[in-house]
Design a protein around this ligand. Structure first.
Ligand SMILES: [Mg+2]
Length: 365
């Protein structure tokens, strides 16, 4: 097989509800798309950003990678991944460059599995067993009534895990809201909270000690991503598992969290980990450290990877962000999900997103 066409696109998607966390506020996801074709088989990948300019920067990086891809065997994914990494050595193997690399890597795995006629999880030796999945978002911007209604609706839809946001300047308000949601939900429904790095270390210690009484499923990113010592201090001070890892890049980023016992659950992010190739490496890194993983976002691809990881804990679903980018939403039933049984990742971009795909306008075609 030889790669004979690369197309790149940009698709903004309006969120079902405006997003507000401790550190982000926006109404759209801005997605950079890539499609890699070889011998009539097409694989697709995407990178998610929260700003149009960021997505366009990823598209520009994708155009440069297109020149590197042409004529190569798309099944030699690890060699291509290494070549892309080398191309990033001067500008850095993280950030915008890593998002572009990850989208290409995802498209290559999709292409490879499609060409083999296998769903990706099968190609990776994974199982078709249903995995537990949690829903969300419980934004800080929701009124108390809206938050309670959303949590109860999730429970009615069959979800047994629901995540809400904390991390507001007044942590006592967070505590009050979490307590009310916890009391409203069935005792068998698990409640997760995510502070999105919103608290200072002092605030986080006070808040997490108070939240520790509520029997939460986990507390996510209580402090800034680079405050590994603070994270470790909190993890040691409370019984509730601390989850972290979505904001760091690759195995290098996860290593300090492991070495300092800063998290009980690691959350590798597909586009921060160099696509499926790097996600699987990060999952193995966590497994060797005796830690479970929960994917960050990208459920369409990540569910295949989680199905292939013995230390998979729970799958993250973010409703109303990306569903409209694909031809159908993920198949979630009774709070569980199975990877698609169709070849590759098993789902395509919707027609209006596909219509944005075009050949590179800059660099070699
Ligand atoms: Mg999070």
């Amino acid at each position: 097989m030889r790669i004979d066409r690369v197309r790149i696109g940009y698709a903004p998607v309006r969120m079902r509800r405006p997003m507000r966390t401790a550190i982000h506020q926006t109404t759209h996801t801005h997605n950079a798309l890539v499609e890699v074709c070889a011998d009539g088989v097409a694989g697709q990948g995407a990178a998610l950003t929260l700003a149009a300019g960021h997505a366009q920067a990823v598209c520009r990086m994708l155009e440069d990678f297109a020149g590197l891809l042409h004529g190569r065997d798309p099944r030699e994914i690890r060699a291509i991944s290494a070549a892309m990494r080398q191309q990033l050595s001067l500008t850095g193997q993280s950030g915008i460059g890593m998002l572009a690399l990850s989208a290409v890597d995802t498209a290559l795995w999709d292409l490879h599995a499609r060409a083999a006629g296998l769903p990706l999880f099968r190609m990776l030796g994974g199982s078709a067993t249903a995995l537990p999945v949690y829903t969300q978002p419980g934004w800080l911007s929701l009124s108390d009534e809206e938050l309670l209604a959303e949590a109860l609706q999730a429970q009615e839809q069959g979800f047994r895990h629901y995540k809400m946001r904390v991390g507001s300047p007044d942590w006592r308000r967070d505590l009050d809201r979490v307590t009310r949601v916890r009391e409203a939900l069935d005792p068998a429904t698990h409640l997760l909270v995510d502070a999105n790095q919103g608290w200072s270390r002092t605030r986080a210690l006070a808040a997490t000690r108070a939240l520790d009484e509520l029997g939460l499923f986990w507390i996510e990113e209580p402090v800034a991503v680079d405050d590994v010592a603070g994270l470790a201090q909190i993890a040691a001070a409370i019984q509730t598992p601390v989850a972290a890892g979505e904001s760091v890049f690759g195995t290098e980023g996860l290593r300090p969290l492991i070495e300092h016992a800063a998290a009980a659950v690691l959350m590798p992010d597909l586009q921060h980990c160099a696509g499926p190739t790097g996600f699987l490496l990060a999952a193995t890194q966590a497994q060797l450290a005796g830690l479970p993983i929960s994917n960050h976002l990208f459920i369409e691809t990540s569910v295949h990877l989680m199905a292939a990881c013995p230390n998979a804990h729970i799958v993250e679903y973010m409703p109303g962000w990306w569903d409209e980018l694909f031809e159908r939403p993920p198949d979630i039933r009774d709070g569980t999900i199975r990877p698609s049984d169709e070849p590759g990742i098993g789902v395509r971009f919707r027609d209006d997103a596909t219509a944005t795909l075009h050949r590179p306008q800059h660099g070699p075609d």
